[in-house]
Design a protein around this ligand. Sequence first.
Ligand SMILES: Nc1nc2c(ncn2[C@@H]2O[C@H](COP(=O)(O)OP(=O)(O)OP(=O)(O)O)[C@@H](O)[C@H]2O)c(=O)[nH]1
Ligand SMILES: [Mg+2]
Length: 227
Amino acid sequence: MVGFGMTVIDASADSARKDAPTYLFKLVLIGDAGTGKSATIMKFAQDRYTPEYLSTIGVDFAIKMVEVAGELVKLQIWDTAGQERFRTITNSYYRGSQGIFVFYDLTDKATFDNVERWVHEIQRYAQEDVSIIVVGTKADLEDKREVTDEDIKGLAKELELEHFEVSCVTGEGIHRIFERMVEKLIVAKKIARQTGGQMSIMVGPIKKSSKKSDQTDEKKSKTCIIL
Ligand SMILES: Nc1nc2c(ncn2[C@@H]2O[C@H](COP(=O)(O)OP(=O)(O)OP(=O)(O)O)[C@@H](O)[C@H]2O)c(=O)[nH]1
Ligand SMILES: [Mg+2]
């Protein structure tokens, strides 16, 4: 499929820009601890990478503006902790999100084996029509790779999910996973509009969702990074 093309709007241009976004999408990153969820957001939102591992406590979030086919899209990106002890907090963020990325580490087969379990969590807690993308990280560590192409093909076929490989070190694939998610969500919104389906998150000018879960989410958030 030919992509729509997505431009990330940098922080200074973002604040200077007065147009209201056409779309607001809430995205959530989940997956085992240490798989690179926070590193991916840092690379995407700030074009930075650090080799230090600071595990996420609870949930963090970032806001990023992008432009797709001339339309302004605001991304609210929730970065959840992979550690088991935060599970009850983190899975409360699935509901109300339009897109969920399931992360695993290409150099750690155990994290790949857990993808199916994460997808079951989505089926349990998220909206039925949520878009899911599976992301294998650390593609730069080719000699440490434990997950084979056959493993990936098998899983993608079994779960019928799109899969991408990324590296937060080189930046490979990072832009593409967000671009692809936004494309999927815009297409879904357009179809919903044509068929008279619910447009809960379609905005312009931007309106805060009156859903109770969203308000709780914002209260619970530890850090707000406005980029
Ligand atoms: N070589 C390499 N290292 C990476 C990559 N992505 C993340 N890392 C490293 O992996 C470690 C864990 O990354 P994080 O982004 O903190 O992992 P996380 O998924 O947010 O972990 P939790 O917050 O505990 O759930 C850090 O030391 C990162 O620098 C990558 O693409 N390549
Ligand atoms: Mg993290």
